[in-house]
Design a protein around this ligand. Structure first.
Ligand code: SF4
Length: 542
């Protein structure tokens, strides 16, 4: 089993992984779940290319090669397919990319395509293999499995020390209907949840294997079913308390979380540390157009403040390029982020992903660009012709990104946010604050020293860093770990914003050379702020 590399993205965090001495952010949960579904008679070896390359010995040993990946991993996955075929190995591919674009993989020479969710499509593949078939495509036939029968992933196949976080999945699917979203296409609108006992068994396994620290609940929407999430959290709190709270959690959720105080309190008590919210835009008209109605039920500022006040750090996604969007959307996003203080704001241009309602509509309207190439990468231009000039949207995107991650602005926002973070955190037993156990301290000390070195000595913002650190210690010591975490992220964003600008400029030049890029007149490229790069140790990486 081979997991392809990820390109450099907003979420790849390479400089931070270096700071904390890790190789990759999270393990390939899909592949280790498939490994648990394979017959006991199979011997599996797993190589995550984000950790290390496949050795010659491993290539020679393998009788069959199984690959899985997302669209964003496509180039690396195709390289692995070519390498396996060069070595005359049968190749099996599953996962989101294969499910969305199987023809590309057929053309690449893949032997077996195991599409949709493996609980249903893997058994017919295994039967075909046992019959002696040498190829085929296997699907779930439009069905979706209950995840109550999904076995615990084979965490034992992982090199645990290589990862910053572990991943655990509680649910699949989301009840909402955002036009651009491929989650509801792949996993449906009825959230399917595991039983609490199943999730706790996975926690037990990770605990036995020696994992301590962060677990990312990789659900599409952890609160897609509030009732089921609460049932899990009640059990999880007891499990954590009985073991001295060995884990802390990050996750993704829809913004209706903010209106359910009981759910928020349970998440805080279970030690959820941060949550990613798809805010998308502060423009109500765009939210209406993209059918993100759940973001209109409560003022967005109020919702973010409620989650921040509970003690859970908000990370948020924003999108530019919705149909009918008025000029200045980038400025409005920056103003929203500054007002809420959200340190980690992920901005991208709208992408149409295969199979989504957006993709279908744009296809009907003849607006997909480059035959509708979808990269899934935020450093790419919109893959369709927007209703305002593409270069105007791109200019706002680059400008917003540069302003949000201008070092002084980022530190100012981080400081304000840490002071606002969580009354709960201040009154609850400090889990992530100053009260670290000796074991945790020993583990985190090298990373902490490296952060202090980079942020407190090397960067030109060092005095601001120390001033804010003193202020957080004095005024909200429970937020200290978050302050260090968010400052460490700055190491990545400093570099990544250069990559965004460079990548978008190259793509825009190509578009200008090749044809129309908007419905309407094409203006000159919107001016972007002068680079305020301050990274002493170097410029952009690619
Ligand atoms: S809330 Fe998130 S996961 Fe759910 S449909 Fe919208 S974008 Fe998709």
């Amino acid at each position: 089993m081979i997991s392809p590399k990820f390109p450099s993205t907003f979420w790849s965090y390479e400089p931070i992984l270096e700071l904390v001495g890790k190789k990759a952010l999270m393990p390939p949960l899909g592949l280790i779940t498939v490994a648990a579904l394979l017959p006991d008679t199979w011997t599996c070896r797993l190589v995550d290319c984000n950790v290390r390359p496949v050795t010659e010995e491993e290539w020679a040993w393998a009788e069959i090669v199984l690959l899985s990946g997302m669209i964003v991993q496509k180039p690396y996955l195709l390289e692995l397919v070519a390498e396996a075929k060069r070595r005359h190995k049968p190749v099996v591919v599953g996962g989101p990319y294969a499910t969305a674009l199987p023809d590309e993989l057929r053309e690449a020479g893949v032997d077996f395509l195991v599409l949709d969710e493996a609980e249903l499509s893997l058994p017919p593949f295994l039967e075909a293999l046992a019959r002696g078939d040498v190829g085929g495509t296997f699907t779930a036939g439009g069905e979706r499995p209950e995840v109550t029968t999904t076995p615990a992933p084979r965490f034992d196949l992982l090199d645990l020390g290589a990862y910053d976080s572990m991943s655990v999945q509680f649910s699949r699917g989301c009840p909402f209907n955002c036009e651009f979203c491929d989650i509801i296409v792949l996993y449906g609108r009825r959230p399917r949840t595991k039983q609490p006992a199943q999730v706790l068994a996975e926690m037990d396994r990770l605990h036995q294997l020696g994992w301590r620290g962060t677990i990312f609940m990789v659900d599409d929407n952890f609160v897609g079913n509030h009732k089921a999430a609460k049932e899990l959290l009640r059990e999880l709190i007891g499990w954590q308390a009985a073991r001295g709270f060995p884990f802390q959690f990050d996750t993704e959720a829809s913004i209706d979380l903010a209106q359910d105080t009981e759910l928020l309190d349970l998440m805080v008590a279970a030690r959820f540390r941060s949550v990613f919210l798809g805010i998308e835009t502060p423009d109500a008209a765009s939210l209406e157009r993209t059918f993100k109605h759940q973001n209109l039920r409560q003022p967005l500022l109020e919702a973010v403040d409620a989650i921040t006040g509970s003690g859970i750090r908000v990370m948020a996604g924003f999108i530019l390029g919705f149909d009918g969007e008025a000029a200045g959307a980038g400025d409005r996003i920056v103003a929203f982020v500054e007002r809420t203080g959200i340190p980690t704001a992920f901005v991208s241009m709208l992408q149409a992903l295969p199979g989504t309602a957006l993709w279908d509509r744009l296809t009907r309207e003849g607006r997909l660009r480059d035959a509708g190439t979808a990269s899934g990468n935020q450093t790419y231009l919109a893959n369709f012709i927007p209703t305002r000039p593409l270069s105007e949207v791109a200019g706002e995107f680059v400008g917003a990104f540069e302003r949000l991650y201008e070092p002084e602005a980022y530190l100012d926002r981080t400081w304000r946010y840490c002071l606002a973070l969580g009354a709960t955190r201040r009154v609850a037993p400090p889990v992530q604050g100053v009260a670290l156990s000796t074991r945790e301290l020993v583990k985190t000390l090298p990373a902490l020293l490296r952060i202090l070195w980079r942020q407190g000595l090397v960067r030109h913002t060092r005095w601001r860093f120390w001033r804010y650190l003193a202020s957080v210690i004095r005024r909200n010591p429970g937020a200290l770990t978050e302050y260090f975490t968010v400052c460490a992220l700055n190491e990545h964003f400093l570099v990544f914003r250069q990559l965004v600008r460079h990548s978008l400029e190259l793509q825009l030049a190509a578009v200008h050379a090749g044809g129309p890029s908007a419905i309407g007149p094409e203006p000159v490229v919107a001016p972007r702020p002068a680079s305020a790069e301050t990274c002493v140790s170097g410029g952009a990486s690619a």
